[in-house]
Design a binder for this molecule. Sequence first.
Ligand code: ADP
Ligand code: MG
Ligand code: MG
Length: 208
Amino acid sequence: MADLTAFQSWIAACSESITAHADDLTELDRAIGDADHGSNMRRGLTACAALAEQEDFASIDAYLKKVGMTLVSTVGGASGPLYGTFFLRLAGPLAASEDVGAREFGQALRAGVEGIVARGKAEAGDKTMYDAFSPALEAFESAAGSGCELAEALREAADAAARGRDATEPMVARKGRASYLGERSAGHQDPGATSATLLIEAAAKTLS
Ligand code: ADP
Ligand code: MG
Ligand code: MG
Protein backbone atom coordinates (compact mmCIF):
# COMPACT_ATOMS: atom_id res chain seq x y z
CA MET A 1 0.00 0.00 0.00
CA ALA A 2 1.38 3.39 -1.02
CA ASP A 3 0.90 6.37 1.31
CA LEU A 4 1.50 10.10 0.78
CA THR A 5 5.21 9.72 1.50
CA ALA A 6 5.47 7.03 -1.19
CA PHE A 7 3.74 9.30 -3.72
CA GLN A 8 6.18 12.07 -2.82
CA SER A 9 9.04 9.62 -3.37
CA TRP A 10 7.55 8.79 -6.77
CA ILE A 11 7.60 12.43 -7.82
CA ALA A 12 11.15 12.86 -6.48
CA ALA A 13 12.20 9.79 -8.51
CA CYS A 14 10.46 11.21 -11.60
CA SER A 15 12.41 14.42 -11.18
CA GLU A 16 15.71 12.55 -10.81
CA SER A 17 15.08 10.33 -13.80
CA ILE A 18 13.82 13.12 -16.09
CA THR A 19 16.80 15.26 -15.10
CA ALA A 20 19.21 12.39 -15.81
CA HIS A 21 17.58 11.82 -19.23
CA ALA A 22 16.78 15.44 -20.13
CA ASP A 23 19.45 15.66 -22.83
CA ASP A 24 18.26 12.40 -24.43
CA LEU A 25 14.65 13.62 -24.42
CA THR A 26 15.71 16.88 -26.04
CA GLU A 27 17.73 15.01 -28.69
CA LEU A 28 14.69 12.87 -29.54
CA ASP A 29 12.61 16.05 -29.82
CA ARG A 30 15.30 17.66 -31.99
CA ALA A 31 14.77 14.92 -34.59
CA ILE A 32 10.98 15.25 -34.90
CA GLY A 33 10.06 18.39 -32.95
CA ASP A 34 11.59 21.57 -31.58
CA ALA A 35 14.27 20.24 -29.20
CA ASP A 36 12.64 21.32 -25.94
CA HIS A 37 11.01 18.22 -24.43
CA GLY A 38 13.88 17.51 -22.02
CA SER A 39 14.12 21.06 -20.77
CA ASN A 40 10.31 21.38 -20.55
CA MET A 41 10.02 18.23 -18.45
CA ARG A 42 13.05 18.92 -16.27
CA ARG A 43 11.68 22.37 -15.38
CA GLY A 44 8.28 20.88 -14.53
CA LEU A 45 9.42 17.91 -12.49
CA THR A 46 11.98 19.99 -10.60
CA ALA A 47 9.15 22.33 -9.55
CA CYS A 48 7.01 19.33 -8.57
CA ALA A 49 9.78 17.72 -6.52
CA ALA A 50 10.14 20.95 -4.54
CA LEU A 51 6.44 20.95 -3.51
CA ALA A 52 6.92 18.46 -0.67
CA GLU A 53 9.30 20.88 1.07
CA GLN A 54 7.15 23.94 0.44
CA GLU A 55 3.84 22.72 1.74
CA ASP A 56 2.27 20.14 4.07
CA PHE A 57 -0.26 18.18 2.07
CA ALA A 58 -3.33 16.80 3.81
CA SER A 59 -3.86 13.92 1.41
CA ILE A 60 -2.54 12.04 -1.60
CA ASP A 61 -5.18 13.56 -3.85
CA ALA A 62 -4.42 17.14 -2.74
CA TYR A 63 -0.75 16.48 -3.44
CA LEU A 64 -1.32 14.96 -6.89
CA LYS A 65 -3.64 17.83 -7.84
CA LYS A 66 -0.91 20.30 -6.96
CA VAL A 67 1.58 18.27 -9.02
CA GLY A 68 -0.82 18.44 -11.98
CA MET A 69 -1.35 22.17 -11.66
CA THR A 70 2.38 22.72 -11.29
CA LEU A 71 3.05 20.78 -14.51
CA VAL A 72 0.40 22.77 -16.38
CA SER A 73 1.97 26.03 -15.27
CA THR A 74 5.65 25.11 -15.72
CA VAL A 75 6.12 22.57 -18.54
CA GLY A 76 4.47 24.39 -21.42
CA GLY A 77 4.27 23.05 -24.97
CA ALA A 78 1.92 20.23 -25.88
CA SER A 79 3.13 17.96 -23.12
CA GLY A 80 2.51 20.35 -20.16
CA PRO A 81 -1.29 20.32 -20.30
CA LEU A 82 -1.29 16.58 -21.11
CA TYR A 83 0.90 15.54 -18.17
CA GLY A 84 -0.89 18.11 -15.99
CA THR A 85 -4.23 16.52 -16.86
CA PHE A 86 -2.79 13.05 -16.20
CA PHE A 87 -1.89 13.91 -12.58
CA LEU A 88 -5.06 15.94 -11.95
CA ARG A 89 -7.21 12.99 -13.10
CA LEU A 90 -5.03 10.48 -11.27
CA ALA A 91 -5.99 12.28 -8.07
CA GLY A 92 -9.75 11.81 -8.57
CA PRO A 93 -10.21 8.12 -7.66
CA LEU A 94 -7.74 8.49 -4.76
CA ALA A 95 -9.75 11.22 -3.02
CA ALA A 96 -10.61 9.18 0.05
CA SER A 97 -7.37 7.17 0.30
CA GLU A 98 -4.49 7.30 2.71
CA ASP A 99 -3.06 4.01 1.47
CA VAL A 100 -3.38 3.04 -2.16
CA GLY A 101 -3.36 -0.55 -3.34
CA ALA A 102 -3.34 -2.11 -6.80
CA ARG A 103 -7.09 -1.98 -7.43
CA GLU A 104 -7.36 1.69 -6.56
CA PHE A 105 -4.22 2.70 -8.41
CA GLY A 106 -5.63 0.93 -11.47
CA GLN A 107 -8.73 3.12 -11.31
CA ALA A 108 -6.55 6.21 -10.95
CA LEU A 109 -4.26 5.21 -13.82
CA ARG A 110 -7.28 4.62 -16.06
CA ALA A 111 -8.68 8.07 -15.17
CA GLY A 112 -5.28 9.67 -15.84
CA VAL A 113 -4.83 8.02 -19.22
CA GLU A 114 -8.42 8.82 -20.21
CA GLY A 115 -7.68 12.43 -19.30
CA ILE A 116 -4.76 12.48 -21.74
CA VAL A 117 -7.05 11.17 -24.48
CA ALA A 118 -9.83 13.63 -23.62
CA ARG A 119 -7.38 16.48 -23.98
CA GLY A 120 -5.13 15.39 -26.83
CA LYS A 121 -7.42 13.05 -28.81
CA ALA A 122 -4.55 10.66 -29.50
CA GLU A 123 -5.27 7.15 -30.69
CA ALA A 124 -3.03 4.10 -30.58
CA GLY A 125 -0.36 4.33 -33.25
CA ASP A 126 -0.34 8.15 -33.49
CA LYS A 127 3.23 8.17 -32.12
CA THR A 128 2.62 9.98 -28.83
CA MET A 129 2.92 9.43 -25.09
CA TYR A 130 -0.37 7.51 -25.37
CA ASP A 131 1.52 4.70 -27.13
CA ALA A 132 3.41 4.13 -23.85
CA PHE A 133 0.55 4.91 -21.44
CA SER A 134 -2.05 2.76 -23.15
CA PRO A 135 -0.16 -0.59 -23.05
CA ALA A 136 1.00 0.30 -19.52
CA LEU A 137 -2.60 0.70 -18.39
CA GLU A 138 -3.62 -2.53 -20.09
CA ALA A 139 -0.74 -4.46 -18.48
CA PHE A 140 -1.45 -2.91 -15.07
CA GLU A 141 -5.13 -3.84 -15.18
CA SER A 142 -4.38 -7.35 -16.32
CA ALA A 143 -1.80 -7.88 -13.55
CA ALA A 144 -3.97 -6.31 -10.85
CA GLY A 145 -6.96 -8.30 -12.10
CA SER A 146 -5.06 -11.54 -11.62
CA GLY A 147 -4.17 -10.65 -8.05
CA CYS A 148 -0.78 -8.91 -8.31
CA GLU A 149 0.07 -6.33 -5.70
CA LEU A 150 0.80 -2.69 -6.59
CA ALA A 151 4.58 -2.99 -7.08
CA GLU A 152 4.31 -6.08 -9.26
CA ALA A 153 1.51 -4.61 -11.40
CA LEU A 154 3.60 -1.47 -11.85
CA ARG A 155 6.58 -3.57 -12.92
CA GLU A 156 4.40 -5.14 -15.63
CA ALA A 157 3.14 -1.68 -16.58
CA ALA A 158 6.67 -0.29 -16.85
CA ASP A 159 7.78 -3.17 -19.09
CA ALA A 160 4.73 -2.65 -21.32
CA ALA A 161 5.39 1.10 -21.48
CA ALA A 162 8.97 0.45 -22.60
CA ARG A 163 7.77 -1.90 -25.34
CA GLY A 164 5.19 0.72 -26.41
CA ARG A 165 7.88 3.40 -26.43
CA ASP A 166 10.15 1.25 -28.60
CA ALA A 167 7.27 0.56 -30.98
CA THR A 168 6.86 4.32 -31.68
CA GLU A 169 10.12 4.39 -33.65
CA PRO A 170 8.79 3.24 -37.05
CA MET A 171 5.47 5.07 -36.63
CA VAL A 172 4.44 8.09 -38.70
CA ALA A 173 3.26 10.82 -36.30
CA ARG A 174 -0.39 11.85 -36.54
CA LYS A 175 -0.55 14.19 -33.53
CA GLY A 176 1.54 17.08 -32.26
CA ARG A 177 4.46 18.86 -33.82
CA ALA A 178 6.04 15.66 -35.21
CA SER A 179 2.97 15.18 -37.44
CA TYR A 180 4.09 18.23 -39.47
CA LEU A 181 6.97 16.05 -40.74
CA GLY A 182 4.65 13.40 -42.18
CA GLU A 183 6.57 10.31 -43.34
CA ARG A 184 9.85 11.89 -42.21
CA SER A 185 8.79 11.40 -38.58
CA ALA A 186 9.28 7.63 -39.03
CA GLY A 187 12.57 6.18 -37.78
CA HIS A 188 12.67 8.19 -34.53
CA GLN A 189 11.41 7.24 -31.07
CA ASP A 190 8.74 9.59 -29.72
CA PRO A 191 10.00 11.89 -26.95
CA GLY A 192 6.71 11.90 -25.02
CA ALA A 193 6.45 8.09 -25.07
CA THR A 194 10.01 8.08 -23.72
CA SER A 195 9.27 10.46 -20.83
CA ALA A 196 6.01 8.64 -20.03
CA THR A 197 7.99 5.39 -19.68
CA LEU A 198 10.41 7.10 -17.27
CA LEU A 199 7.50 8.23 -15.07
CA ILE A 200 6.00 4.73 -14.94
CA GLU A 201 9.41 3.15 -14.28
CA ALA A 202 9.83 5.61 -11.39
CA ALA A 203 6.43 4.52 -10.04
CA ALA A 204 7.50 0.88 -10.16
CA LYS A 205 10.54 1.73 -8.04
CA THR A 206 8.74 3.80 -5.40
CA LEU A 207 5.09 2.75 -5.01
CA SER A 208 4.51 -0.51 -3.18
P1 ADP B 1 5.96 20.70 -28.03
O1 ADP B 1 5.75 19.71 -29.14
O2 ADP B 1 4.85 21.68 -27.90
O3 ADP B 1 7.32 21.34 -28.08
P2 ADP B 1 6.95 18.83 -26.05
O4 ADP B 1 8.16 18.77 -26.90
O5 ADP B 1 7.17 19.12 -24.61
O6 ADP B 1 5.89 19.85 -26.65
O7 ADP B 1 6.18 17.43 -26.12
C1 ADP B 1 6.09 16.68 -27.29
C2 ADP B 1 5.40 15.36 -26.99
O8 ADP B 1 4.03 15.58 -26.65
C3 ADP B 1 5.34 14.41 -28.17
O9 ADP B 1 6.53 13.63 -28.25
C4 ADP B 1 4.11 13.56 -27.92
O10 ADP B 1 4.42 12.38 -27.19
C5 ADP B 1 3.27 14.44 -27.02
N1 ADP B 1 2.06 14.89 -27.70
C6 ADP B 1 1.94 15.91 -28.60
N2 ADP B 1 0.66 16.05 -28.99
C7 ADP B 1 -0.05 15.07 -28.35
C8 ADP B 1 -1.44 14.67 -28.30
N3 ADP B 1 -2.36 15.31 -29.02
N4 ADP B 1 -1.78 13.62 -27.50
C9 ADP B 1 -0.85 12.98 -26.77
N5 ADP B 1 0.45 13.31 -26.76
C10 ADP B 1 0.85 14.33 -27.53
MG1 MG C 1 9.02 20.05 -28.23
MG1 MG D 1 7.95 23.33 -27.81
